[in-house]
Design a protein. Structure first.
Lengths: 164, 406
């Protein structure tokens, strides 16, 4: 009877250990805690974002690894060119020797993913076809593409101020 | 009690075995490999990428309908990056651990440079337009045809021929205008040196921002500097619109306009045929009337898309991407078989399909251990009577990449 208990326990522990080792997320917990700071953390959607784009600062990543900064789209939110359930990349960077990074949203990213503009055949953004993303709090993830470390923060988008 | 344990243990073992059996049988049922396109379907260069990817997808669908490559099916995954590098990096991140992902086609050089760093680490093939740097520094990125500077150099050879054929004395004066970005400057990195070697007088280049509405200032400056030829870069409709402005200024009567790979297609012609008349174009893939005459390209288009009226030359280029993938896959499967097949095997295979033919859509494959060029040949086309017709056969391009220090 005891031997069966041991076998069952062995099977369960092996299963758990296998799951833990194959899970990339757990692997990422073994390194330092990654952090992400978004500036500004709260913003309106306005043309000012082209002059002063949303920027991301992170730490705790592997030195020299590439970082992908992604916006997690809430269920039901439709975005041009993005399938439902996909996160959308809004910036990228390479971590320095200390594992820190800074990235800013490029104008094309702001146009495509915040304003959701159309494009004319002359390669000019078409604001008439724009469908700006709705105001709300959006989860932003920065992921190290070698370490799989993930840092998370929130970006709040306010409705545009009412015109007086 | 012991009996209960035995039953419990049997259930656990049965479940484990079922999972293993089911997953392995599902795996065995469908042998498949992946082609990932980091594309632009709704962004600024969608007009070029949509028909090209249609060509790749239609070709792959036909191959799959015939049973695949030695029983291996190809899955085409197209991601709309809207020409945005951050989106492309994120999209590749999502797919990079996909088993049997063998090739990634990156629609822009900016995307290729960013994603390429990951692909080197993942030992996968990347395809990208025509930046000479990928030939100068050999890696896992392969370009679609001859490098931009090679094509520009071949065009300069033709300029010399044309100059002589017109009975002109002295040397031709060539103006250059293109987008103010790395792509716009690329043909000159080696192309400039080649033109100077030929004795051509190349005027200081004129660069303008993508999206410029009128180009009169740049055109006038080049005309006043004595240009007898003007090369117009950018992706259509930019070249079409520049030449439209040149036509309005009366310049097309005295200056021969030239365009690169992404010059006028049937789209530009349908709007500005009169202005484009006489324009010469260098291309590594068949276009215009040549495309319509190509039985493979026209046949696929008819089967999948309908009337030939809207057939665009870049559709054929997309078919050639698919053909190259199939050629590489066949070689890789022969070398290692399906079970062991990895991205690195495709990388080796792409270097071993030198001379591979693609139904005449472009020159023979020039990929090799020391070459990342998709082919070495170009043709010169001209707009005649509202149609794009070839005025030369295939010509081998000079190696202009080696003339520049990268």
């Amino acid at each position: 009877m005891r031997i069966f208990k041991v076998i069952i326990l062995f099977v369960m522990i092996s299963g758990l250990a296998f799951g833990a080792f194959s899970c990339q997320t757990l692997q990422s917990l073994t390194g330092p805690k990654a952090t992400l700071v978004i500036t500004p953390a709260e913003t309106f959607l306005s043309p000012a974002l082209f002059k002063k784009p949303v920027t991301f600062k992170g730490s705790g990543f592997q030195p020299k690894e590439m970082i992908s900064v992604e916006m997690v789209l809430p269920p039901g939110l439709k975005m041009k060119g993005v399938k439902e359930g996909e996160d959308v990349g809004i910036a990228f960077a390479t971590a320095n020797e200390k594992g820190n990074f800074t990235a800013a949203m490029a104008p094309t990213a702001t146009l495509n993913w915040f304003f959701q503009v159309g494009w004319t055949p002359l390669l000019r953004p078409n604001f008439k076809a724009a469908k700006p993303i709705p105001p709300g709090v959006y989860k932003i993830n920065a992921t190290g593409l070698d370490s799989d470390r993930i840092a998370t923060s929130n970006l709040k988008i306010f409705p545009p101020p009412k015109k007086k | 009690m012991r009996k209960e344990y035995l039953i419990f243990l049997s259930i656990v073992l049965t479940i484990c075995l079922s999972v293993v059996t089911l997953s392995s049988s599902a795996f065995a049922k469908e042998k498949a490999v992946i082609y990932l396109s980091l594309a632009d379907y709704t962004g600024p260069i969608a007009g070029l990428n949509v028909p090209a990817d249609k060509g790749t997808e239609d070709y792959i669908n036909d191959i799959n309908a015939k049973g695949g490559v030695d029983g291996v099916k190809i899955k085409f995954i197209g991601i709309d990056t809207r020409y945005d590098v951050a989106r492309a990096v994120s999209a590749y991140k999502r797919y990079r651990r996909t088993p049997k992902l063998l090739v990634v086609n990156s629609i822009g050089t900016g995307i290729a440079r960013a994603v390429g760093r990951l692909l080197v680490r993942d030992k996968r093939v990347q395809l990208t337009p025509g930046d000479g740097e990928f030939q100068a520094h050999l890696g896992s990125t392969f370009i679609w045809g001859p490098a931009y500077q090679d094509a520009f150099a071949a065009l300069m050879d033709w300029v010399m021929d044309d100059w002589k054929a017109r009975g002109k004395s002295g040397v031709p004066v060539v103006g250059y205008m293109s987008w103010d970005n790395p792509y716009g400057r690329e043909p000159l990195r080696g192309g400039k040196e080649y033109a100077e070697k030929l004795g051509i007088k190349l005027l200081p280049p004129e660069f303008f921002p993508p999206g410029t509405l009128k180009h009169d200032v740049y055109l006038t400056r080049l005309a006043e500097a004595g240009a007898s030829y003007i090369y117009v870069g950018g992706i259509d409709p930019t070249p079409t619109n520049v030449i439209r402005d040149g036509y309005a200024l009366g310049l097309t009567r005295k200056i021969q306009f030239l365009t690169g790979y992404w010059g006028p297609t049937s789209l530009g012609l349908s709007i500005h045929a009169k202005a484009l008349e006489g324009t010469a174009n260098v291309s590594f893939f068949q276009r215009g009337e040549d495309t319509k005459m190509n039985k493979v390209v026209a046949g696929l288009w008819k089967n999948h898309r309908g009337s030939l009226d809207k057939l665009n030359g870049v559709y054929g280029m997309g078919i050639a991407w698919g053909m190259t993938y199939v050629g590489g896959l066949r070689a890789a499967l022969k070398a290692v078989g399906y079970e062991k097949l990895k991205g690195l095997d495709m990388y080796k295979a792409y270097q071993n399909i030198t001379g591979f033919e693609r139904a005449g859509i472009q020159g023979p494959c020039a990929y090799a251990s020391d070459s990342r060029r998709g082919s070495r040949e170009i043709k010169i086309y001209r707009v005649k009577g509202g149609k794009i017709v070839p005025i030369t056969g295939w010509r081998k391009t000079p190696d202009a990449v080696s003339l520049h220090k990268f």
